[in-house]
Design a protein around this ligand. Structure first.
Ligand code: FAD
Length: 362
């Protein structure tokens, strides 16, 4: 039996993979979108972390005729409230030229993207990539249903695992270690629409209420301290209870005994986000410190840029242009990130802050 052939196989059905699938399928390419099947740890039922997006996302999606940020599902963010190195700062979204950002219902947002990808003609293959090699003409991709599929081009949109980029030997540049420990609590009577951030000696907190009213609290800290906290959730909760701003706006009892989850959150980038017949987008190519709230927007924007490069008749030159664009985004982001960490001068003597400030990349 002959293997099935696709013009483009996309590894990963996160925001980046799904947007790339939409753009390429709309342009007439035969596209397969590969991701884990439902019930296998990660699926659309799996709760992903990351939900605050800038106002620019709406303009970007509307230009692609995608009206995915519906105010009946997602909630506008009127501003932020931060306690950073003892200084309390409130920012109103009205000061931003593009208006309010959005707190997404991440599951609904991704379901909508998947629907659009399938409507555009992409085929969802509910499987993981097992093995891959390029035989000089085509990619031979072995998936974990024991099938093999073939493609002319493969997009790595597998998030921070960057599964194909790693296999292809592309060097991954890593920023200072940063680990996020997070929990989603029970809905309470209080609801804060603002984004909350607060620095402490050994890390910083992010807090928000999700569109369905559940509180989310994330502590970003060093790998060493994260390992300690992950074994003692009670300690994480006590650390939360010691915040000033977050614990005023989010009732700490709503988070007590909530399941603690852990994610890698450091900045990473590929030295070369493309190679022969493959390229990466989204977190696989460039992942941000969550302080930036830029991950989802960048996933979508980079997927769009990459699709245009794949469709360009002079693909080699377009790929070089794509790589340069990502480099510029990374430079601007690094500068802003550093400025933010530098502002926490009160804690600069502490190990966590020293590590974050010591060199943007490693
Ligand atoms: C703690 C934390 C908080 C964050 N907060 C925010 C925020 O507020 N705002 C924001 O914009 N961003 C935030 N982010 C970042 C944001 O979640 C990511 O940038 C975004 O999910 C990137 O999208 P992606 O499509 O590139 O990757 P992902 O969403 O990670 O999707 C990758 C997909 O690839 C699949 N995959 C992996 N391996 C394989 C394989 N071998 N075969 C097939 N499929 C595979 C995975 O199952 C997954 O579905 C946060 C991140 C963290 C860690």
């Amino acid at each position: 039996m002959r293997n099935r052939f696709f013009d483009v196989v996309i590894l990963g059905a996160g925001p980046a993979g799904m947007l790339a699938a939409i753009c390429l399928a709309r342009a007439g390419k035969k596209v397969a979108l590969l991701d884990r099947p439902a019930g296998q740890n990660k699926s659309l039922e799996y709760t992903k972390v990351g939900e605050s997006v800038p106002a620019a996302i709406n303009v970007f999606l509307q230009k692609l005729n995608l009206n995915l940020v519906d105010a009946t599902i997602h909630r506008p963010i009127p501003g932020s409230d931060s306690l950073w190195a003892g200084e309390q700062l409130q920012q109103d979204s009205i000061q931003h030229s593009q208006g309010m950002g959005w707190r997404l219902d991440r599951i609904e947002f991704e379901k909508d993207l998947l629907r659009q990808a399938i409507q555009s003609g992409a085929e969802l293959l509910p499987a993981l990539l097992h093995n891959s090699h390029h035989d000089g003409t085509r990619w031979q991709l072995k998936i974990d249903t024991n099938e093999c599929i073939e493609s002319e081009f493969t997009v790595d949109a597998s998030g921070r695992t960057a599964v194909l980029a790693r296999k292809s030997g592309s060097m991954r540049i890593k920023g200072p270690p940063l680990v996020a420990l997070w929990a989603v609590g029970q809905p309470a009577e209080t609801y804060t629409a603002q984004t909350l951030t607060e620095s402490q000696a050994n890390g910083w907190w992010y807090g928000a209420h999700l569109p369905d009213g559940r509180p989310l609290a994330i502590f970003h800290t060093s790998a060493r301290y994260a390992a300690e906290l992950s074994h003692q959730p009670e300690k994480w909760w006590k650390q939360f209870s010691s915040t000033y701003l977050l614990q005023k706006k989010i009732n700490s009892q709503t988070l007590h005994n909530a399941e603690l989850k852990i994610n890698e959150a450091r900045t990473t980038s590929l030295q070369q986000p493309y190679g022969d017949y493959w390229a990466a987008c989204g977190d696989a190519a460039l992942s941000f410190d969550p302080l930036s709230s830029q991950g989802i927007f960048n996933a979508l924007a980079s997927a769009h840029m990459l699709s245009q490069a794949i469709l360009n008749p002079d693909r080699q030159a377009a790929m070089q242009g794509y790589s340069e664009q990502l480099g510029k985004i990374a430079d601007i982001y690094q500068l802003r990130r550093l400025q933010y960490y530098q502002r926490a001068y009160e804690f600069h003597g502490h190990e966590f802050w020293k590590e974050q400030l010591a060199g943007a990349h490693r």
